[in-house]
Design a protein around this ligand. Structure first.
Ligand SMILES: Cc1cc2nc3c(=O)[nH]c(=O)nc-3n(C[C@H](O)[C@H](O)[C@H](O)COP(=O)(O)O)c2cc1C
Length: 172
């Protein structure tokens, strides 16, 4: 049970790349890490800690991440857990961009029981070339700009706090 799991749900790849970056930072800190799409995780027995992230569509996590959170609630509550969302597009504070959105309301009770160490919101990337007509229309409707707004420094800094917390726990 020495591994860390970074699980994610991504529709167009932006969140997958964030998860990979988090995995990279944790590996560079000397930790053993697996980065997997949430639906490919068999169980949590092999993992001592879990980072779980999802892309946000209309205020919701992708169903694979939501299902993972619910199905593994008990195991997650017994481990250190960090959650993140990849969503807001535009310059500036990602939470301010979405009028204070921090986590899907419907999943909040599950998160409360899991008691994650942190819940982060990272700016995302909306690639219009990959979107279907309806998605382009919806993005325009919520006045969210298209483009890649991922803040790699913020992501790296967050992953570093996870590495530090786990190394501290390991040496205690
Ligand atoms: C139709 C549509 C709806 C979206 N709704 C939200 C939203 O409610 N909140 C948010 O923060 N981002 C929203 N986004 C932005 C995406 O979550 C963001 O681009 C994300 O990084 C995409 O991740 P993925 O490439 O892993 O799927 C939306 C994007 C699209 C195309």
């Amino acid at each position: 049970m020495n591994q860390l799991l970074v699980a994610y749900a991504s529709k167009y790849g932006a969140t997958a790349e964030i998860a990979e970056r988090i995995g990279q930072v944790l590996r560079q800190a000397g930790l053993s890490v697996e980065v997997l799409p949430a639906e490919r995780v068999g169980g949590l027995q092999a993992y001592k800690a879990v980072v779980l992230g999802s892309a946000v569509y209309i205020g919701q996590w992708r169903k694979q991440a939501a299902a993972f959170l619910k199905a593994n609630e008990r195991a997650l509550a017994e481990r250190p857990v960090w959650l993140f969302s990849s969503g807001p597009t535009g310059e500036g504070d990602p939470v301010a961009l979405t009028q204070g959105w921090r986590f899907p309301t419907g999943l909040q009770p599950v998160a409360d029981r899991i008691r994650p160490r942190d819940i982060a919101v990272f700016a995302g990337s909306a690639n219009v070339e990959k979107m279907n007509f309806l998605e382009k229309f919806m993005l325009k409707n919520v006045k969210a700009p298209a483009g890649d707004f991922r803040d790699w420094d913020a992501i790296t800094a967050w992953a570093t706090t996870i590495a530090d917390a786990l190394k501290e726990a390991g040496s205690a």
